[in-house]
Structures are given as structure tokens and as C-alpha cells.
Design a protein around this ligand. Sequence first.
Ligand code: PLP
Length: 387
Amino acid sequence: MSIQERESKVLFRVYPRSPVSFVSGEGSWLVAEDGTRYLDCLSGISVVSVGHANPRVAEAIARQASTLVHVSNFFCTEPMVELAERLVGLSGLDRVFFANDGATANEAAIKLARKWGQTKRGPECFEVVSLVDSFHGRTLATLAATGQPAKQAVFQPLPSGFSQVPVGDLDALRNAVSSKTAAVLVETVQAEGGVRPVSAEYLQAVRQLCDEREVLMIVDDVQCGMGRTGSWFSWEPLGFEPDVATMAKALANGLPIGAALAKEKVADVFKPGDHGTTFGGGPVVCAAALAVLDEFEEREILKNVEARSNQFKALLSEIEGVTEVRGRGLLLGVGLEDARAVEIARNALTNHLIVNPVRPDTVRFAPPLTISGEEVDEAVRRFSDSI
Ligand code: PLP
């Protein structure tokens, strides 16, 4: 029996799985059961940023796994504290809560915003305003914050206190933010929403409105952060700073981790017992994340992101049938003349290239940030053949 047949008997049917299964990886490449090598331009959905089977990360995991794996958050461990110190140093935010993935990082941020609102502005202040077409996770609260009604429909009633406004519509935001609003939650590029960059001008105006109305600004940097869009944190080149930010995905290059970061004045409202998790901040994932940060710094990966992004944009936009290449850094959405993204991604798989049909008319490229110039050329050749 194939892996696919075995899977279909025992796992929940929530994922439309690919017909290909992988057994190993190296850098930008994945190796299938039959030994065929696939060029990975998805990196496990913006996760494996320093490449598959990265030796430094593998060594850090192995070393930590044979030293100490878990103690619970009743105790602190060196990797957790060191990782928090480094994230604080890089982000300009003051404190970190470690979660287990993007959704639980956002849950932590939402709970923090609720406690902050109720503490600073009274019991009615708990609402979160987010954006249409956003994606913040699949737990009930993060799903309520997600601006995609189709994903919410069968799970009603969702927690109350969430609303969405269209991206770029400042009047709608001004009307939605009231004395009940604790936070505005945004992505800088709506990745799952079709790789749609949110403009710096709009984000700066959101910041200004949040300041005027004494509302927190939360950036969900789960997908855009950790160098994916060209800077450590995606807001850095955009001329504003959030009060709270979340990250996950690429932080430990494939081990599950999430983090909520906040300014001191906000983090301060969380007291012992207010929030917690069994696994968050465990020594193995934190050791992996520290190795990822070292890899970024020593290999100057952010420079590679810029160069490869420009190369991808130039080459992809020359392909017939491509209407635009949007996005930032190595989070790119290739707009197509027709709604053929699913078919083209399937063709790409046949050509041993992994890309993702993020919208019916958009293919997403999110390769490892270590991808080489030759690999970009090869990826574009295979993609062009797939169209
Ligand atoms: N936030 C954003 C912006 C995301 O892109 C995602 C996942 O794609 C999430 C949150 C949820 O993260 P996770 O799947 O790790 O829970």
C-alpha cells in the first residue's frame, strides 16, 4: 500500500494532499520516495528558510535533544532566555511569550490585548479590528479575527468582539474603531489572502489612528517576519512600529514554535497565571531557533533575499500569461491572466517544482531564503514550462 492509501485510512480528511511524498531534503531541494529531486519554492509554507536539513540547525537540535528536552514553564532554561534576549534585541519590543505555532502566538496577542483593554480602558474594551482577506489562524479566536468568511462558515458561533474592514479604507477603520476597541491587527503582506502587500502609507495611518484612539497595533508577522520579506521584521522598512507582534513559521526552520512580542507597557498587564502553555519555549525548539538566527547573521541571508527577489521578479514578469508579480522579498504572488493556478501548480509538480496555488489566479513562490541564483533561474524555467 502506498503512503497515500495508508494516509486516507487513518488521518482526518482536512488536507487535499499531493500525490508526491518526500523522504529527505537538502537546501532548496526535496527528495521523493522514488529518489526524484524537486526544487522547493514553497519551503513548507514559508517555514524552512535556511534550507532543508540545515547542518547547523540539525546539529543544534541533536545536541540539545541529547542534553535536555523538556522541563515545563515552571522552570527556565538557557536556550529560551537567550532566544528571548535576541528577539528583543532585533525587534525593538521588550518582552516575549513563547507559543507553539502561529495561531497560538496570535491567541496570546489577542488575550494580551483583551487584558490590556480591560485594565487600561474598562471592561467593555476587548474588541479586535482586523482586515478583510487576512489570515490569523484556525483556532476559534484567530479564525474570528481572520477576514475570510468561507473559512468561518461552519464553525459559528465564533467568539464575539471581532470585526474586519477593507484594506486601505481608512474611513471604514475610523468608523470601526470605538471605545470598545482594544487592538487593530494587521499583516504587512496578506500572504494567505493571495500575497497582497498592504501599503506603507496605510499601515502608517493605522499606527497614527491607534495612537490617537489609544488602541494597540498588533502586527501578525507569522509569515512575513524572519527575513521572508527582506528584513528581520516586516514592518522595519515601512516607517512604523507595532505595540505587539507575533511570529512563528521560519523561527525554528521547521520545528513548531510561535512567539508574541510586546512593548513593556503592554506586556506588563499579563500577570502570573494569566496565560501559559506546556511546550512553549522548550529547549530544543529554542536551540533550533538560535541556530537559525546564527545562520542568518553569518550567511548574510537578508542580502540574498533582496538579490533573489529582484531576480525572481524580473524573470517571472517576462513570462507570457503572467500579469503581475506582487509581494516583498521572497514572498511572491504571480498573478495569472486566467484562473489556472491549480492546474499550473500541478504541472509544476510534474516538472519537479513545488509552488502553491494560493488563489485561483495566483501562484505563490516562497522558497528557502538561501536559494541560489542558479536555482532561481532553474525554478523560473520549470515554472515557465508549467504554464
Ligand atoms: N498568521 C499568518 C499571517 C499566517 O500566514 C498563518 C499561517 O499560514 C498563521 C497566522 C497561522 O499559523 P499556524 O498555521 O502556525 O497556526
